[in-house]
Each structure stands twice: as C-alpha cells, then as structure tokens.
Design a protein around this ligand. Structure first.
Ligand SMILES: *Cc1c(COP(=O)(O)O)cnc(C)c1O
Length: 475
C-alpha cells in the first residue's frame, strides 16, 4: 500500500521558505482559538518534493476522460476541449473577485450570452445560472413551481415521478417538501394510462427526462404534457439527457415549463469525483417572476444585475453560480455554434446505436428499439453479474458503465459512449466485453491489475472510513 502523506512526514520538515515579513507575527493559535493549537491540527510535515511526489502519484492513479474511455451512462463523460480551460484560466476572468463582477461588463456579458444560448437550445424564455449542480437545479426548479402555485392560491403537495427516474428527482421533491408519487413504466416509457390515474388537484408537477434514463424518447410526450397541464400541474424537464437533443428538438416545444441543464455534462466541463458543476434553470414566462435574484438582464446594451424582484424565491447560491463552469460552457457553445451542437447530438446518438449493435450478440438489451444517446444492457442471462463485468473492465483500462440503474432493469449496465469517441474505440470496447464474458474465472475475481483489488462493497457503504482518525482506529 502506498504511504499516505502523513507517513511521509518528519517532525519540523518544511516545504517552503518565506522572506521575513515587516508585519508583526500573529500566532496560528491566536487566530484559531485555543481549541486549534498547531499540534491538534495533525498536519503532515513534509518537504516540497514529498508534496510533488504525493500528488503526482495520486494524479497518475486518477481516471479521467483524458486518459481512457469513460462510458458512464447518464453522466455524459465527453471529451472537454482544452480551449475551455484556457479561457477559464485567463487572468481577466480568473482573478476577478466575485464582488467586482457587478462592475465588469466582460464577465456579465459572458453570463448574459450563456443565458441567451441556453434559452435558444432549450426553447425556454429565461435562465438563471445560479444553481451549482443538476440536483441543485431540480430543487430550484421545484421551488419555482411551489412559488407559482402558492401565488395562485393553490395547495398542491404531490410530485409525480416515473420509476425510471434518476434518484435525485425524488430526493429533490422530498427536500422541497413534496410527497413523491411514482408512475410505472410500460415498455420502458411512462405508462400514460397509469399517469391519468395519478394526476389530481394535488399534483404540483411531473418530473421527466426525455430521452429517459433507458435512452428512449418518450413518444407520448405531447399527451403526457396535456394530461398534467389539464390537471393544473406543471412539468419539469430533467435536462441531464440534453446531449441527445441539441439543435434537434427542445423541451420548450415539448411543453415543459421548467428545466435544469447540467453544464458539466452536456456543455463540457471535466466532472466526476464530486465537482465542479453548474445546473442553470430555464423557465417559461409564467415562472420568470420567481427566478432567483439577482437576474442578469440587458438594458440599452448594458448588462445589469436586477435585484428588484419582489416575487423572487431569493438566492440559491452565493454570488452568481459557478462562473468558471459557465465560462467553459460559453466557450464550448461559441466554438461549436448551432450546427456544431446539432452535429454533436447526432454523433452521440449514432455512437450509442453503433455500440448497441456491436453488443447485441453478447448482452441482452431489453428496450432496444429507438435508443438515443445511451442504452441499457443487462447481463441477467450471463454467468457474470453487472458488477463483475464492471470490475473486469477496470483491468482493461476502461471506466465501468453505470450499473444497477435504472432500477427497472435487472443486472443493468447503462452505457453512454458520447459523440467524442471514435468507431475504433467502440469496436475495441465491444471486443473487450466479449473477452470478459468468455474468460469467466478471471473475470469473476477482477480487478487484478488495479491499485486496490476487489473491495467489500457492503462494508464500504455501511462502515465507511472517511477520516485519518477513523483509519488509525481501524489499524
Ligand atoms: C446527473 C443526473 C442528474 C443530477 O445531476 P448532478 O449534476 O449530478 O447533480 C439528474 N438526472 C439525471 C438523469 C442525471 O443523469
């Protein structure tokens, strides 16, 4: 086992030298109070070289799109062009204090234009950039819906969510104080008959992603929209699957009232491992008055922050959201343009369908008709579980697909190749999967080549060791 950075340390070893300051010294103890003496902080004492070796080692063991194929379904792990990072690292953007932004037309213009682009792509009327992730966007969107119903004197406390939905949907609804009502799927899509039975004057909203998590386009979307709207509810679009639709169809045209975008997925920011993210929310006119403030508007060629919004739900994030991610998305959209975004979606769908065909003779693909940008395979008739296949893939240098999701498919492997992969990569991946399913014995005990071998998944979930103190206790 490689050493932790604490084990590399020696008492009083230092990694820096700072010139003597003219300012009188203030001790750390004085700044932090008595509870935090320098010794109680348990910081590793290491040289600069120790630090460099430690983080270089960690970086080499990090998995990323830049190193290998990453077909993690629903997460859209596409290649992120380096020009996005270059732009977000320009000093004029990077070094601006958030409080100074209000005076800077450049940064404000980036935010305003990004809102405009997102409105065009989605068919929505207005966008807020504040939410910091998809799930945060869901919560914000539901708060807007809540404010709307309250404003109209309505007391609606139910949100309808299909059984194929991403786990964040019911979680966000519950966090917003709603009762979650599940609607079953039929042939992988919302069962319209069931939906009719579930809507009532209690329905605040339906949450839906389209294409759904099986990668299928909800063909009855117009009927679904009518059923919910006729009952007085609104419909929320989970925009995580927008990568299938850019420039081709819009949630706005499908009748959705409010949605979130996952800029880090569809619009290309390196993500995974917990961040960074950005989940702007788009709304139709009826919800615009409730948007978080400040709202970024343009008046006479000047971009302004409008705080004068008496029906606003208030702020949902500090300052204006995750500016660095917004800037990356802005560059990405500007470079690709309308045609480029449309091409990206077409390629994403083509790649998913190509890989699906390559795998049809080894894995079961339960809802194979009309897959869009991703598809869900199942290993239920194979001798390997989805988990074993996922682990075996690691030895071949692949990130595993999403497994055991969506919940309505047993032994599910959810595969999303994205538009940025070549046909050769997809062919190689399919060949590897076939090999894994042939070499049963080796595959069952995989991974063999990884830094950490087979983990005890249950123990990791039930008794996670998350701090150094817990680790020392466990030794
Ligand atoms: C990723 C995802 C979300 C949540 O987005 P985060 O940015 O991870 O919070 C919601 N719905 C679907 C379908 C997703 O794939």
């Amino acid at each position: 086992m490689r050493k932790l950075i604490w084990d590399r340390g020696q008492k009083d070893r230092r990694g820096y030298r700072i010139a003597k300051s003219q300012t009188p010294a203030v001790s750390i103890e004085k700044l932090l109070g008595d509870d935090y003496s320098k010794d109680s902080l348990d910081l590793p004492e290491v040289s600069e070289l120790d630090v460099v070796r430690h983080f270089t080692f960690l970086a080499h063991h990090n998995f990323s799109v830049d190193s290998n194929f990453y077909p993690l379904g629903s997460c859209t792990m596409k290649y992120n062009p380096k020009i996005n990072d270059v732009a977000s690292n320009m000093a004029g953007f990077r070094d601006v204090h958030p409080l100074a932004i209000e005076a800077l037309q450049g940064s404000l213009e980036v935010m305003y234009q990004t809102q405009e682009y997102l409105c065009k792509i989605s068919g929505m009327d207005a966008v807020t950039l504040q939410p910091l992730a998809g799930a945060h966007g869901e919560l914000t969107g539901l708060m807007l819906i809540q404010a709307y119903h309250r404003d109209h004197g309505e007391n609606r406390d139910e949100v309808i969510i299909p059984d194929s939905a991403h786990g964040t949907n019911p979680a966000s609804a519950a966090m917003c104080g709603y009762k979650v009502v599940e609607v079953k799927s039929k042939d992988g899509m919302v069962d319209v008959k069931e939906l009719r039975k579930k809507v009532s004057n209690k329905t605040a909203a339906l949450m839906l992603t389209n294409p759904n998590t099986l990668g299928l386009f909800e063909k009855d979307i117009c009927e679904i929209e009518k059923i919910v709207h006729d009952a007085g509810g609104l419909i929320y679009y989970d925009g995580a699957n927008l990568n299938a639709l850019m420039g081709i169809a819009t949630p706005g045209d499908m009748g959705f009232d409010v949605m979130h975008f996952n800029l880090h997925k569809t619009f290309s920011t390196p993500h995974g491992g917990g961040g960074p993210g950005s989940g702007p929310v788009g709304v139709k006119k009826i919800l615009e008055p409730y948007l978080p403030k400040p709202v970024i508007v343009k008046k006479e060629h000047k971009v302004l922050l409008d705080y004068d919004r008496d029906r606003s739900i208030g702020k949902v994030a500090s300052f204006y959201g995750n500016f660095g991610v917004v800037l990356r998305a802005f560059v990405y959209m500007t470079v690709l343009g309308k045609k480029g975004l449309e091409d990206a979606s077409q390629m994403a769908v083509l790649n998913a369908n190509y890989l699906k065909v390559l795998l049809e003779d080894v894995l079961d693909i339960p809802y194979s008709q009309g897959a869009m940008h991703e598809f869900v395979a199942s290993s239920h008739h194979q001798e390997l579980t989805a988990l074993e296949i996922a682990k075996a893939l690691l030895d071949y240098g692949y990130h595993a697909p999403t497994v055991y999701f969506p919940l309505i498919v047993s032994e599910a492997l959810m595969i999303e190749p994205t538009e940025t992969e070549s046909p050769e990569t997809l062919e190689e991946f399919a060949k590897t999967l076939k090999e894994i399913l042939k070499n049963l014995e080796t595959s069952k005990n995989a991974p063999h080549m990884m830094f950490i071998k087979r983990t005890d998944e249950v123990k990791a979930a039930r008794h996670p060791i998350l701090t150094r103190a817990q680790m020392l206790e466990n030794k």
